[in-house]
Ligand binder design. Sequence first.
Ligand code: FNR
Length: 186
Amino acid sequence: GTKKVGLIVGSLREHSFNRIIAAAIPELEESISFEPISIADLPLYNEDLDHGDGPEPVQRYREAIKRVDGIIIVSPEYNSGIPGVLKNALDWASTPSKTAALRKKPVGLVGATPGVKGTIQSQQQIRQTLEAIQAYVLPFQKMYISQVMDKVDVERRVLTDETTRKYLKRYVQQFILWIDQVHTLD
Ligand code: FNR
């Protein structure tokens, strides 16, 4: 059947540039069904809360990840690293270790910033975290979006820059191939 890919945005900001980028992905690749997976209502990670199925928002979040064939994370960089809200969400998807939602899940990384370095350091940290969780992060292709304010129409919330649309589409296509390659590993 049609592949399903979950989209996680690493910013809670309503007018987030990264949310605009994530929203552009479904229209670039229409053979896939995309589903936003919110991290906004997750509690702060606390082992005391992490027993049984966990708190209700955590259960819904983990089930949403388990239902999809892969996840694309679209995240900003904070202080040269991973935003706390995203790290919190990744930690919730890392337990219980044997059945963790992100374990063996194909993951793609995209990041946008008004700065010039395209969230390189944030993506390195996200990759390191996902490696610890034993997720399968797309290894070679990278998708960095710098000076994002010149590439989107904030009012209409659309990715307008044609070059970025082309690279993002190519990245998503590579990620879809990666999902099939990962299945041959199991
Ligand atoms: C930032 N920003 C930022 N940008 C960057 O490229 N490298 C960085 O290290 C940081 N550090 C940083 C720390 C904090 C606390 C904030 C609030 C912001 C700027 C950041 O890229 C910008 O605010 C983006 O617009 C955030 O992404 P969203 O919310 O637009 O998706």
